[in-house]
Design a protein around this ligand. Structure first.
Ligand code: ASP
Length: 338
Protein backbone atom coordinates (compact mmCIF):
# COMPACT_ATOMS: atom_id res chain seq x y z
CA UNK A 1 0.00 0.00 0.00
CA UNK A 2 1.28 3.49 -0.85
CA UNK A 3 2.19 5.67 2.16
CA UNK A 4 -0.58 8.18 2.85
CA UNK A 5 0.58 11.74 3.46
CA UNK A 6 -1.62 14.56 4.70
CA UNK A 7 -0.51 17.76 2.96
CA UNK A 8 -1.62 20.74 5.04
CA UNK A 9 -1.66 24.13 3.35
CA UNK A 10 -1.29 27.16 5.63
CA UNK A 11 -0.37 29.82 3.01
CA UNK A 12 2.96 31.57 2.44
CA UNK A 13 4.78 32.58 -0.72
CA UNK A 14 4.65 29.09 -2.22
CA UNK A 15 0.94 29.46 -2.98
CA UNK A 16 0.84 33.17 -3.76
CA UNK A 17 0.16 34.97 -7.02
CA UNK A 18 0.69 38.62 -7.90
CA UNK A 19 -2.51 40.68 -7.75
CA UNK A 20 -2.83 41.91 -11.39
CA UNK A 21 -3.71 45.48 -10.38
CA UNK A 22 -1.35 46.12 -7.43
CA UNK A 23 1.41 43.58 -8.07
CA UNK A 24 1.23 42.54 -4.38
CA UNK A 25 1.58 38.83 -3.60
CA UNK A 26 -1.65 37.29 -2.25
CA UNK A 27 -2.41 33.78 -0.94
CA UNK A 28 -4.38 31.45 -3.18
CA UNK A 29 -6.02 28.13 -2.49
CA UNK A 30 -4.37 24.78 -2.58
CA UNK A 31 -5.83 23.81 -5.99
CA UNK A 32 -3.52 26.39 -7.54
CA UNK A 33 -0.44 24.60 -6.16
CA UNK A 34 -1.77 21.27 -7.44
CA UNK A 35 -2.22 22.77 -10.92
CA UNK A 36 1.32 24.19 -10.86
CA UNK A 37 2.92 20.95 -9.60
CA UNK A 38 1.09 18.10 -11.36
CA UNK A 39 4.11 15.88 -10.57
CA UNK A 40 2.60 15.35 -7.08
CA UNK A 41 0.36 12.74 -8.68
CA UNK A 42 3.41 10.83 -10.00
CA UNK A 43 4.92 10.23 -6.54
CA UNK A 44 4.51 6.75 -5.12
CA UNK A 45 2.35 8.21 -2.38
CA UNK A 46 -1.27 8.92 -1.69
CA UNK A 47 -1.34 12.66 -1.02
CA UNK A 48 -4.38 14.01 0.79
CA UNK A 49 -4.54 17.82 0.56
CA UNK A 50 -6.23 19.89 3.20
CA UNK A 51 -6.04 23.53 4.21
CA UNK A 52 -6.29 25.48 7.46
CA UNK A 53 -9.50 27.51 7.68
CA UNK A 54 -7.87 30.72 6.44
CA UNK A 55 -4.49 30.43 4.64
CA UNK A 56 -2.20 33.32 5.59
CA UNK A 57 1.10 35.00 4.99
CA UNK A 58 3.07 33.44 7.84
CA UNK A 59 3.86 36.81 9.36
CA UNK A 60 0.23 36.70 10.58
CA UNK A 61 0.82 33.38 12.36
CA UNK A 62 -0.56 33.24 15.92
CA UNK A 63 -0.55 30.57 18.64
CA UNK A 64 -4.19 29.85 17.68
CA UNK A 65 -2.97 28.66 14.27
CA UNK A 66 -0.58 26.23 15.96
CA UNK A 67 -3.51 24.85 17.94
CA UNK A 68 -5.48 24.49 14.69
CA UNK A 69 -2.56 22.52 13.18
CA UNK A 70 -2.31 20.28 16.25
CA UNK A 71 -6.03 19.55 15.97
CA UNK A 72 -5.75 18.68 12.26
CA UNK A 73 -2.82 16.35 12.94
CA UNK A 74 -4.62 14.70 15.87
CA UNK A 75 -7.71 14.12 13.71
CA UNK A 76 -5.71 12.37 10.98
CA UNK A 77 -3.01 10.61 13.02
CA UNK A 78 -4.65 7.20 12.83
CA UNK A 79 -5.19 7.22 9.07
CA UNK A 80 -2.00 8.65 7.56
CA UNK A 81 1.72 7.78 7.62
CA UNK A 82 3.05 11.33 7.75
CA UNK A 83 2.40 15.03 7.39
CA UNK A 84 3.79 17.79 5.17
CA UNK A 85 2.93 21.38 6.09
CA UNK A 86 3.22 24.10 3.46
CA UNK A 87 4.11 27.26 5.33
CA UNK A 88 5.49 30.74 4.70
CA UNK A 89 9.19 31.00 5.47
CA UNK A 90 9.00 34.03 7.75
CA UNK A 91 7.73 32.18 10.82
CA UNK A 92 8.27 28.58 9.73
CA UNK A 93 10.92 28.06 12.43
CA UNK A 94 8.46 29.22 15.13
CA UNK A 95 5.74 26.86 13.92
CA UNK A 96 8.15 23.93 13.61
CA UNK A 97 9.43 24.59 17.14
CA UNK A 98 5.93 25.00 18.58
CA UNK A 99 4.71 21.74 17.03
CA UNK A 100 7.74 19.86 18.40
CA UNK A 101 6.59 20.76 21.93
CA UNK A 102 2.84 20.56 21.38
CA UNK A 103 2.92 17.10 19.78
CA UNK A 104 5.03 14.64 21.76
CA UNK A 105 5.48 10.94 21.10
CA UNK A 106 4.16 11.01 17.51
CA UNK A 107 5.86 8.15 15.66
CA UNK A 108 5.32 9.87 12.29
CA UNK A 109 7.05 12.65 10.37
CA UNK A 110 5.86 16.25 10.28
CA UNK A 111 7.85 18.05 7.56
CA UNK A 112 7.41 21.79 7.01
CA UNK A 113 8.38 23.38 3.74
CA UNK A 114 7.64 26.42 1.59
CA UNK A 115 9.48 28.54 -0.93
CA UNK A 116 11.10 31.89 -1.57
CA UNK A 117 9.31 32.30 -4.94
CA UNK A 118 5.66 31.43 -5.69
CA UNK A 119 5.18 28.14 -7.58
CA UNK A 120 3.74 29.99 -10.60
CA UNK A 121 7.09 31.72 -11.20
CA UNK A 122 9.45 29.98 -13.58
CA UNK A 123 12.46 29.71 -11.29
CA UNK A 124 10.42 28.87 -8.20
CA UNK A 125 12.06 26.71 -5.54
CA UNK A 126 8.59 25.57 -4.45
CA UNK A 127 8.34 22.52 -6.70
CA UNK A 128 11.64 20.92 -5.57
CA UNK A 129 10.94 21.69 -1.94
CA UNK A 130 7.45 20.26 -1.97
CA UNK A 131 8.23 17.09 -3.95
CA UNK A 132 11.26 16.25 -1.79
CA UNK A 133 9.40 17.01 1.46
CA UNK A 134 6.61 14.63 0.40
CA UNK A 135 9.11 11.92 -0.53
CA UNK A 136 10.89 12.29 2.82
CA UNK A 137 7.61 12.12 4.74
CA UNK A 138 6.78 8.88 2.91
CA UNK A 139 10.10 7.16 3.66
CA UNK A 140 9.91 3.96 5.68
CA UNK A 141 12.68 2.34 7.73
CA UNK A 142 13.63 -1.36 7.65
CA UNK A 143 10.83 -2.22 10.11
CA UNK A 144 8.22 -0.68 7.82
CA UNK A 145 7.67 2.23 10.23
CA UNK A 146 8.20 5.87 9.14
CA UNK A 147 11.93 6.61 9.07
CA UNK A 148 11.56 10.14 10.36
CA UNK A 149 9.56 10.46 13.57
CA UNK A 150 9.95 14.10 14.49
CA UNK A 151 9.16 17.65 13.31
CA UNK A 152 11.55 18.71 10.54
CA UNK A 153 12.00 21.55 8.06
CA UNK A 154 13.00 20.77 4.47
CA UNK A 155 14.39 23.66 2.43
CA UNK A 156 16.76 23.96 -0.52
CA UNK A 157 17.93 20.33 -0.44
CA UNK A 158 18.44 20.27 3.31
CA UNK A 159 16.50 18.54 6.04
CA UNK A 160 16.75 20.15 9.46
CA UNK A 161 15.43 19.42 12.94
CA UNK A 162 12.43 21.76 13.18
CA UNK A 163 13.26 23.25 16.57
CA UNK A 164 16.89 23.94 15.60
CA UNK A 165 16.37 26.11 12.51
CA UNK A 166 16.17 29.84 11.97
CA UNK A 167 15.42 31.77 8.81
CA UNK A 168 18.70 33.45 7.88
CA UNK A 169 18.06 34.93 4.44
CA UNK A 170 15.25 37.02 2.98
CA UNK A 171 16.45 36.55 -0.59
CA UNK A 172 18.59 33.42 -1.01
CA UNK A 173 16.98 30.10 -1.85
CA UNK A 174 19.17 28.67 0.92
CA UNK A 175 17.09 30.49 3.52
CA UNK A 176 17.51 28.42 6.69
CA UNK A 177 20.31 27.27 8.92
CA UNK A 178 20.72 25.10 11.99
CA UNK A 179 24.09 26.14 13.42
CA UNK A 180 23.80 24.13 16.64
CA UNK A 181 22.65 20.81 15.19
CA UNK A 182 23.74 18.81 12.12
CA UNK A 183 21.50 18.24 9.10
CA UNK A 184 19.02 15.37 9.35
CA UNK A 185 19.43 14.71 5.65
CA UNK A 186 20.23 16.04 2.23
CA UNK A 187 18.51 15.73 -1.14
CA UNK A 188 21.04 15.18 -3.89
CA UNK A 189 20.65 12.64 -6.68
CA UNK A 190 19.37 10.40 -3.88
CA UNK A 191 17.63 11.60 -0.74
CA UNK A 192 20.01 10.71 2.09
CA UNK A 193 18.67 10.63 5.64
CA UNK A 194 21.30 10.84 8.37
CA UNK A 195 19.69 8.26 10.64
CA UNK A 196 22.26 8.74 13.41
CA UNK A 197 21.09 12.38 13.82
CA UNK A 198 17.39 11.57 14.11
CA UNK A 199 15.46 11.61 17.36
CA UNK A 200 15.05 8.17 18.90
CA UNK A 201 11.70 6.65 18.06
CA UNK A 202 9.18 7.54 20.78
CA UNK A 203 8.24 4.82 23.26
CA UNK A 204 5.12 6.53 24.60
CA UNK A 205 1.77 7.25 23.00
CA UNK A 206 1.17 10.59 21.33
CA UNK A 207 0.27 13.47 23.62
CA UNK A 208 -1.26 16.62 22.12
CA UNK A 209 -0.93 19.84 24.09
CA UNK A 210 -3.37 22.58 23.12
CA UNK A 211 -2.78 24.96 25.99
CA UNK A 212 -0.27 27.73 25.29
CA UNK A 213 0.49 30.74 27.44
CA UNK A 214 1.60 33.51 25.09
CA UNK A 215 2.54 35.88 27.92
CA UNK A 216 6.21 35.56 26.99
CA UNK A 217 8.34 38.58 26.10
CA UNK A 218 11.64 38.95 24.26
CA UNK A 219 14.44 41.51 24.59
CA UNK A 220 17.62 41.71 22.59
CA UNK A 221 20.43 43.49 24.47
CA UNK A 222 22.51 46.16 22.76
CA UNK A 223 25.14 48.60 24.02
CA UNK A 224 23.30 51.58 25.49
CA UNK A 225 20.03 49.73 26.21
CA UNK A 226 17.81 51.56 28.69
CA UNK A 227 15.73 48.88 30.39
CA UNK A 228 13.55 51.36 32.21
CA UNK A 229 11.99 52.11 28.81
CA UNK A 230 10.79 48.48 28.84
CA UNK A 231 8.72 48.72 32.04
CA UNK A 232 5.67 47.11 30.50
CA UNK A 233 7.75 44.25 29.13
CA UNK A 234 9.06 43.55 32.63
CA UNK A 235 5.60 43.45 34.17
CA UNK A 236 4.73 39.91 35.34
CA UNK A 237 1.04 40.50 34.57
CA UNK A 238 1.91 41.19 30.94
CA UNK A 239 4.73 38.66 30.60
CA UNK A 240 5.14 35.73 32.96
CA UNK A 241 8.57 35.19 31.40
CA UNK A 242 10.98 37.28 29.35
CA UNK A 243 13.64 35.75 27.11
CA UNK A 244 16.84 37.82 27.17
CA UNK A 245 19.01 37.57 24.09
CA UNK A 246 22.26 38.29 25.91
CA UNK A 247 25.69 38.93 24.46
CA UNK A 248 27.99 35.97 23.72
CA UNK A 249 27.82 33.25 26.34
CA UNK A 250 25.25 35.11 28.49
CA UNK A 251 26.89 38.46 29.22
CA UNK A 252 25.08 41.69 30.09
CA UNK A 253 25.90 45.35 30.76
CA UNK A 254 26.98 45.94 34.37
CA UNK A 255 25.32 49.27 35.26
CA UNK A 256 23.01 49.47 38.24
CA UNK A 257 19.92 50.73 36.43
CA UNK A 258 20.00 47.64 34.23
CA UNK A 259 20.15 45.22 37.17
CA UNK A 260 17.42 47.14 39.03
CA UNK A 261 14.74 46.56 36.37
CA UNK A 262 15.53 42.87 36.13
CA UNK A 263 15.67 42.26 39.87
CA UNK A 264 12.35 44.09 40.42
CA UNK A 265 10.76 41.84 37.78
CA UNK A 266 12.13 38.66 39.39
CA UNK A 267 11.03 39.81 42.87
CA UNK A 268 7.49 40.17 41.53
CA UNK A 269 7.56 36.58 40.25
CA UNK A 270 8.73 37.14 36.67
CA UNK A 271 10.89 34.48 35.02
CA UNK A 272 14.00 35.38 33.03
CA UNK A 273 15.42 32.97 30.44
CA UNK A 274 18.87 33.63 28.97
CA UNK A 275 19.77 32.71 25.41
CA UNK A 276 22.61 34.00 23.27
CA UNK A 277 22.19 36.49 20.44
CA UNK A 278 25.03 34.64 18.66
CA UNK A 279 23.69 32.19 16.12
CA UNK A 280 25.86 29.36 17.39
CA UNK A 281 27.20 28.31 20.76
CA UNK A 282 25.62 28.14 24.17
CA UNK A 283 25.07 30.06 27.42
CA UNK A 284 27.92 29.55 29.93
CA UNK A 285 26.90 31.58 32.98
CA UNK A 286 30.23 31.72 34.86
CA UNK A 287 32.58 32.26 31.96
CA UNK A 288 33.03 36.04 32.36
CA UNK A 289 32.39 38.39 35.29
CA UNK A 290 29.78 40.08 33.05
CA UNK A 291 27.97 36.76 32.79
CA UNK A 292 27.08 36.52 36.50
CA UNK A 293 24.19 38.97 36.72
CA UNK A 294 21.51 36.90 35.00
CA UNK A 295 22.57 33.73 36.83
CA UNK A 296 22.53 35.57 40.18
CA UNK A 297 19.02 36.78 39.45
CA UNK A 298 17.99 33.15 38.95
CA UNK A 299 17.56 33.40 35.17
CA UNK A 300 16.86 30.01 33.60
CA UNK A 301 19.64 28.83 31.33
CA UNK A 302 18.39 28.60 27.75
CA UNK A 303 21.68 26.89 26.74
CA UNK A 304 21.80 26.75 22.92
CA UNK A 305 18.08 27.22 22.19
CA UNK A 306 17.21 29.30 19.16
CA UNK A 307 15.00 32.32 19.86
CA UNK A 308 12.14 30.47 18.13
CA UNK A 309 12.57 27.37 20.28
CA UNK A 310 12.99 29.37 23.52
CA UNK A 311 9.80 31.41 22.90
CA UNK A 312 7.62 28.46 21.89
CA UNK A 313 9.00 26.11 24.56
CA UNK A 314 8.12 28.73 27.19
CA UNK A 315 4.61 29.22 25.75
CA UNK A 316 4.07 25.46 25.87
CA UNK A 317 5.69 25.00 29.29
CA UNK A 318 3.87 27.89 30.99
CA UNK A 319 0.63 26.73 29.40
CA UNK A 320 0.97 23.23 30.84
CA UNK A 321 2.91 23.47 34.10
CA UNK A 322 1.19 24.36 37.36
CA UNK A 323 4.44 25.10 39.21
CA UNK A 324 7.04 26.19 36.63
CA UNK A 325 10.66 25.70 37.57
CA UNK A 326 14.00 25.76 35.81
CA UNK A 327 14.95 22.07 36.05
CA UNK A 328 11.71 20.98 34.40
CA UNK A 329 11.91 23.68 31.70
CA UNK A 330 15.48 22.65 30.85
CA UNK A 331 14.51 18.99 30.30
CA UNK A 332 15.06 18.27 26.60
CA UNK A 333 11.70 17.48 25.01
CA UNK A 334 12.37 17.04 21.31
CA UNK A 335 16.10 17.48 20.73
CA UNK A 336 15.79 21.27 20.93
CA UNK A 337 19.00 21.75 22.93
CA UNK A 338 22.21 19.89 23.75
N1 ASP B 1 5.88 36.52 3.84
C1 ASP B 1 5.94 35.17 3.35
C2 ASP B 1 5.44 34.25 4.44
O1 ASP B 1 6.13 33.96 5.36
C3 ASP B 1 7.33 34.82 2.95
C4 ASP B 1 7.52 33.40 2.46
O2 ASP B 1 6.66 32.57 2.43
O3 ASP B 1 8.66 33.11 2.07
O4 ASP B 1 4.32 33.83 4.38
Amino acid sequence: MKPRILLIYTGGTIGMMANPSTGELQSLDFDYIHQQIPEIARLDLEVIPISIAQPIDSSHMQPAHWIELVELIAQHEATVDGFVILHGTDTMAYTASALSFMIQGLAKPIVLTGSQLPVGILRSDGKENLLAALEIAGKKGSTGKPLLQEVAVFFQSKLYRGNRVSKISAHQFDAFDSPNYPLLGIAGVEIEIHTNELLEHPKTNTTYFKQLDARVGLIKLYPGINLSAYQSVFNPEVHRAVVIEAFGSGNTPNHEAFAKVLSAYVEQGGILVTISQCTSGSIQPGKYASGHLLAELGAWNGTDLTTEAAMTKLMWYLGTSTNPHQAEFCRVIAGESA
